[in-house]
Design a protein around this ligand. Structure first.
Ligand SMILES: Cc1cc2nc3c(=O)[nH]c(=O)nc-3n(C[C@H](O)[C@H](O)[C@H](O)COP(=O)(O)OP(=O)(O)OC[C@H]3O[C@@H](n4cnc5c(N)ncnc54)[C@H](O)[C@@H]3O)c2cc1C
Length: 494
């Protein structure tokens, strides 16, 4: 088999990356080792940047259908609709700088179904029961060995994207460095038939860790006793021993329906590209799920990489375009690892940590501090360094979903104009010089004359396919010199 790009892993990140590649003109081959998607619930939501990215591809209504149920589930499980830092549920959506830019509550399997349908609607199949077991790359491409029910196959590709999760085979086979910090805590959760639960203490901290329980479910958090082999699934015996260590109570597990075990190990690849192999999502970074950031981070990797990789494969990329993927996304991942480590430190048992948690909890009552912690988690503070001087405050930042009025009087949102995945230049009727400056890029860019209604000081914006504002202007004559530099940096000339 041959392909321009092979995407290894049909988790949320691989599915979205494959769809972005297809929109940008490349048909990838998508491989996953599993016969069917996993039903493991994992993430219960995505942040505002991923929501905006999916709305730009027409998936907003599908996401919205799950929000009400997600809110009910969250309130049931955590007693609050608010976000949390280190399990302190005080981050108030209404206090944030841009409260209209919100995340969506949707369980990960439902999100994966939406993304799989989106990819299928673009005509890209997923080859299941295809497990990558070996990888070799040279200047001309990458050869993968793939285990399938029909035997071993070889696949040759110009580029390979490893979206194969935290224990990424692609990352290991290609030789990426993956430094970081060892786990400080392990969470175990078992759903099944458990007797002796009535003798457990109330859910909460014990001297040796934390216990949580509800009918048919028991979970612990411990700060030692890490599993020797993380690939061995959690057993009833291991869960019983953990509950005993934390509470001193012996429960008996007679039937196991579902288990989950994860740690707060925090590691990040030093680069997201080695030659013709790229990493995205958990394959590039792992950290504790505290604050619910992993999925958002990975989906934004996918939208950043998709159009750049497609342009590289089809020979339309300006010099160095693919290397901006690591340059832009690595610092964002590093910031997430940083705040999840702080959350792990706050979540350790002990009088000193409890005192710190009390102080952070008090801080979260201050609106400015609430916004600070909100910004750490929601990604809205993301700002990429641009390779040209762009003075507007929105330049380098994720574009909000602007409301636009067209010269005909009709209205559109930016998301409605972005379904094709093409870059956009929106400009006010008073700034025709922007469209003139962009004339040489007309094949690569959609130019829309419209008035931006809902942002003071914004009259024109050049928005990349990943939703990043590459250049923006306020009223008055537009800075077309910088606009031209921006167009050169990101798009091929006609
Ligand atoms: C308990 C828990 C709760 C979480 N809660 C949140 C949350 O609330 N919010 C949030 O944003 N994130 C959360 N996360 C993190 C989130 O689940 C991950 O960041 C997300 O799954 C990453 O997606 P991915 O596509 O990168 O990897 P994965 O979802 O791991 O997908 C990888 C895919 O690659 C396939 N694969 C692996 N190896 C191979 C191979 N060799 N060949 C072919 N295919 C292969 C796998 O079968 C899988 O389908 C949570 C995680 C956990 C564990």
């Amino acid at each position: 088999m041959n392909a321009d790009v092979v995407v290894v892993g049909a988790g949320p990140v691989g599915l979205l990356l494959a769809a972005e590649l297809r929109l940008a003109g490349v048909t990838p081959l998508v491989l996953d080792r599993l016969a069917r998607p996993t039903s493991e619930p994992k993430a219960r939501g995505i942040g505002p940047l991923a929501v905006e990215a999916l709305r730009r591809r027409g998936l907003g209504e599908d996401l919205a259908k799950f929000h009400e149920q997600g809110l009910a589930d969250k309130t049931r499980d955590h007693g609050s609709e608010k976000g949390h830092f280190a399990q302190i549920y005080k981050i108030d959506p209404d206090l944030q700088e841009e409260p209209e830019r919100t995340g969506a509550l949707i369980w990960q399997p439902d999100l994966e179904r939406i993304l799989a349908e989106h990819l299928a609607s673009l005509g890209v199949p997923v080859l299941r029961e295809h497990e990558v077991t070996a990888l070799a790359q040279d200047d001309s491409g990458v050869t993968l060995t793939v285990r399938t029910p029909e035997g071993e196959r070889r696949v040759h590709a110009a580029y390979v994207a490893g979206c194969d999760g935290g224990r990424s085979t692609v990352r290991k086979l290609a030789g990426f460095d993956f430094p970081g910090t060892a786990p400080t805590s392990v969470v175990r959760r078992l759903i099944g038939d458990i007797s002796g639960m009535e003798r457990l203490p109330a859910p909460g901290w014990q001297p040796a860790g934390m216990v949580m329980h509800a009918p048919g479910m028991v979970a612990t958090v411990e700060h030692d006793g890490f599993p020797e082999d993380r690939d061995v699934p959690l057993t009833g015996e291991e869960m019983r021993d953990s509950v005993l260590r934390v509470t001193g109570v012996e429960v008996e597990v007679t039937a196991v329906r579902d288990t989950l075990r994860f740690t707060d190990v925090a590691r990040q690849a030093t680069t997201y590209r080695l030659g013709r192999v790229l990493l995205a999502g958990d394959a590039a970074h792992v950290h504790s799920p505290n604050g619910g950031q992993g999925l958002n981070l990975g989906l934004m990797d996918a939208v950043n990489l998709g159009w750049k990789l497609a342009a590289t494969v089809t020979g339309r990329a300006p010099d160095g375009l693919l290397d901006t993927y690591t340059a832009e996304r690595h610092p964002v991942g590093a910031a997430v690892l940083h705040n999840t480590r702080a959350q792990s430190a706050l979540l350790r048992p002990g009088a000193h940590e409890a005192a710190m948690r009390d102080i952070v909890s008090d801080l979260l009552d201050l609106p400015e501090a609430n916004r600070y912690f909100g910004r750490l988690l929601n990604g809205l503070g993301t700002r990429y360094d641009l390779p040209y001087p762009a003075a507007h405050p929105l330049a380098g930042r994720p574009c909000p979903d602007l409301r636009l009025t067209l010269p005909s009087g009709g209205t559109r949102t930016l998301a409605e104009l972005a379904a094709s995945g093409r870059p956009l230049l929106v400009h006010a009727p008073s700034q025709p010089e922007t469209a003139q400056a962009a004339a040489a890029w007309r094949d690569a860019l959609d130019v829309v004359e419209a008035t931006i209604e809902d942002r003071d000081g914004l009259t024109a914006a050049f928005v990349r396919p990943d939703g990043t504002v590459a250049w923006a202007s306020g009223p008055g004559p537009a800075d077309t010199t910088t606009l031209t530099a921006a167009l050169h940096a990101w798009l091929p000339l006609a």
